[in-house]
Design a protein. Sequence first.
Length: 136
Amino acid sequence: MRAGEILEACVYAPDLDAAEAFYTRVLGLEVLTRVDDRHVFFRCGGRVFLVFNPERTRDGGMVPGHGAEGPGHVCFAMRENEIDGWRAHLAREGVEIESDFAWPRGGHSLYLRDPAGNSVELGTPRIWSLDESATF
C-alpha cells in the first residue's frame, strides 16, 4: 500500500474572517465552504486547502480533535514565469515578502505570512525537482 498525492492540507487561524480575506484576495483561492467560526475550506487546483480555528476543532466531534499552536507552513505552487507577477501582486496587496529565495539546485520560493502568522510559501516545482507540467 502507498498513499497517493496530498488531498488536503491545513493551517490554523483564530480569525477566520482575516484568513478568508487573505486566501481569496491575495492568493486567489475559491471558498468551497465555511462553517461559522469553525473552518473555511478553499479549492486549490484539484485539491483542498483548509483553515481551521484551533479553538473550535480541539474537541473533535465527527472526526478526532486536532489543532496546533504557533505558526504552521504551507507551500503553494507557482510557475517559473509567474515569479515577477507574484512579486508585483504581493506589493500591490501590501503583503511583505519575508524571503525571495533562488534555490542552489534550481527553483524559486517567495515566503510571506498570512494574518495568523503562518508561513506561506509560493514555490516553483523545481525546488523539489518536479516537472512543472505535472503540477498545473
